[in-house]
Write a protein that binds this ligand. Sequence first.
Ligand code: ATP
Ligand code: MG
Length: 190
Amino acid sequence: MLNIVIFGAPGSGKGTQSERIVTKYGINHISTGDVLRAEIKNGTELGKTAKGYIDQGQLIPDSLMIDILASVLDSFEDSKGVIFDGFPRTIAQAEALKKMLAERNQEVSVMLDLEVPKDELMTRLIKRGQESGRADDNEETIKKRLNVYHSQTAPLIDWYKQEGKYSHINGLGELERITEDICQAIDKVR
Ligand code: ATP
Ligand code: MG
């Protein structure tokens, strides 16, 4: 089983690269952002709760997020592996993921850290906001999300280094080159 954590700041390209990896390796994709946006669209209770946090650029509470992840994970059958996109975003989530996988006799294979300079992240997200109309892709909320990333999510870099799972990927440049670098990192742990 291939369990890949794709990691990076908002706008680093996690979703784009995940789609390519899913096609190439035939694994399942969990995008917590996509799950939450679907709940919001469907007007569920969970969606209403999530919207409050997302519109403020804040993270959804860990306990809620961990439950959501567990239920998505349980919905996969005969899975060859999973790419985790947007999860974990906190140390508590990383510990929960480790435990969930251990209970299934599995572990994270590799954590891919897509690194992109801050100016480029701002440019990409503002452009995405104009094109997709995603409510949290406006300048004010983007700044908040980047702060949340630095304070709550970036500490996972050292956490995964300690686990011996860390792999750095240069997320700036040609999409295809980035995909190749990612595949190389994955093929090392397969
Ligand atoms: P990217 O552009 O690289 O795909 P992103 O940060 O723009 O990343 P999503 O991953 O789609 O976007 O997340 C959107 C929002 O959903 C986050 O800002 C946060 O409020 C919420 N969210 C998503 N995943 C989590 C999580 N694991 N824990 C808490 N909140 C989350
Ligand atoms: Mg995304």
